[in-house]
Write a protein of this length. Structure first.
Length: 461
């Protein structure tokens, strides 16, 4: 069979499936999974292909592009049922017309509903809420590797918990129900701290009852904190979006384009560094002065990235740290970035970010199962040296006891995944083998990442 070439949105993960299909119905998915000759293994479903890793790669197999299945099936006062290929932002905008919103309004509007239900995601947790989208998936319909049709609901809590972390390895998801809530007004403001000040103030900031998201500059020891909180509104139609439009322009277009241009066209290192630091200062100031308001629309935080990535594209990685170790781990990260720059000459050309995410055991591979976590995530347009930097970043985070996300933390080793998730991998494998004993959906990425010699996984096999 002739092979095609496919890449993720950013363009750094390239693969060669034999077949790419765009099903329009459940029956077509059933037919694809049953016909092993026309549709060779591995079979991998993808949504927007925005993942940072090879999790959705169907090398020499069948890539099932779900984007044609995008119907919103039903909107109720507290839930929405949608086909798996719909984009999160499209559903959010439809919900808004009914004065409703998703619980988690993460920045990536291109997130597909299928991926949202079964993969790792993050946004700073709003007070009393989760920061992972899949935790709000209450019913998931999928086609099993053998071609059967199955619905998993809250009536089967353990199975639902596993499916919320299944990364397309238990079946192809074609329909999901998410909990939603009435539109609320959201206040937002930003404040800048030195690392030492942030260290001192963090306990008070946590107690204030705001969400905490951070922009982190390891080279100037500064932290810009974004605080958000909901309050009720009688006038949901009067909520403002311009603050988020400005933030979205700054973050998703100007910052990566600027980083790309400075890296490419400014060879003199002190001038380049000066330009990076100036821009970060400008971002901090812009956010403090303009990204503030009492009645903003949470949905407006979502960004519709262009279907084909342009010169404003960027990538990132993420590991979660237990909250109690965060400040010492953050200090280690800042030191690591500076030391890495001194010894290798590499520094990322965008500012790092971080999120505070509440304890959440709703999915098997939740990175905050044991307690609240905070993250420090390098972001870059992948200027030369980025991949080697990520390998060192992974080593640092693993040593510090962090937890990565299989779809967002690239270049992980099986040992790092084993250390982070431990016995949960064996539980996952028990489910996976029950659904997929022949490995119809298993690609090399997960085969390598999940199979550590001598691990509990092998012991339980
Ligand atoms: C510019 C940018 C900004 C981002 N911002 C954020 C952010 O703010 N917060 C955040 O959490 N993440 C963010 N991400 C990461 C992104 O949310 C995740 O990588 C997410 O998984 C991508 O969704 P997708 O629809 O593109 O999934 P894909 O990359 O298409 O697929 C991801 C995984 O899900 C599986 N899958 C997809 N659809 C199905 C299905 N129907 N059935 C079974 N399995 C399926 C795939 O096989 C694969 O393993 C960002 C990424 C980019 C590029």
């Amino acid at each position: 069979m002739e092979e095609l070439q496919v890449h993720n949105w950013f363009g750094n993960i390239v693969s060669s499936p034999c077949v790419v299909v765009q099903p329009k119905s459940v029956q077509e998915i059933v037919a694809i999974l049953k016909d092993t000759e026309k549709h060779p293994s591995p079979v991998r479903a993808v949504g927007s292909n925005h993942s940072m890793t090879s999790c959705g790669v169907a090398e020499h197999g069948t890539l099932v592009d779900m984007r044609k299945m995008k119907r919103i099936i039903e909107i109720r006062p507290d839930s929405v049922t949608v086909e798996a290929g719909a984009l999160y932002i499209d559903v959010a905008q439809e919900l808004q017309k009914h004065n409703l919103e998703f619980y988690v309004n993460l920045e990536l509007g291109n997130l597909s509903i299928g991926s949202a239900a079964c993969c790792g995601t993050k946004d700073a947790s709003m007070p009393g809420e989760f920061g992972q989208v899949c935790s709000y998936a209450t019913a998931i319909k999928m086609v099993t590797p053998a071609g059967g049709v199955l619905e998993i609901t809250e009536e089967q809590p353990e199975l639902l918990r596993a499916v919320r972390s299944s990364y397309g390895l238990f079946g192809i998801i074609y329909e999901v129900t998410f909990k939603v809530k009435p539109l609320q007004a959201m206040s937002v403001y930003h404040k800048v701290y030195s690392l030492d000040e942030f260290d001192k103030k963090l306990p008070v900031l946590k107690a204030q009852g705001n969400s905490i998201m951070m922009y982190l500059n390891p080279f100037r020891d500064t932290v810009l904190v974004e605080f958000r909180r909901y309050h009720d509104t009688k006038h949901p139609q009067r909520l403002t979006s311009w603050q988020w439009k400005f933030r979205n322009f700054l973050w998703s277009r100007l910052a990566p384009f600027y980083g790309y241009c400075v890296s490419k066209y400014v060879p003199i290192i002190p001038i380049r560094d000066f330009l990076f630091d100036m821009f970060d200062q400008f971002m901090f100031l812009g956010a403090m002065l303009l990204v503030r308001g009492n009645n903003t629309l949470a949905t407006a935080q979502q960004i519709r990235y262009p279907a084909i990535a342009n010169k404003s594209k960027y990538t990132f990685s993420i590991w979660a740290s237990p909250e109690e170790n965060y400040i010492s781990n953050l200090r280690a990260y800042f030191k690591f970035c500076r030391e890495y720059y001194r010894t290798t000459g590499y520094r990322s050309n965008m500012i790092s970010v971080g999120y505070r995410v509440m304890q959440d055991d709703s999915s098997l591979f939740s990175y905050s199962s044991d307690g609240p976590v905070m993250t420090f995530d390098p972001v870059s347009t992948a200027n030369p040296g980025w991949e080697a930097f990520l390998i060192a970043y992974n080593e640092l985070c693993s040593r510090l006891g962090g937890i990565p996300l299989p779809n967002q933390s690239d270049l992980l080793t099986p040992a790092q995944v084993q250390k982070a998730y431990g016995g949960r991998i064996a539980t996952f494998e028990r489910y996976r083998k029950r659904f997929d004993p022949t490995g119809r959906l298993l690609n090399d990425y997960f085969r390598k990442l999940l199979a550590v010699e001598g691990s509990m996984l092998n012991a339980s096999a």
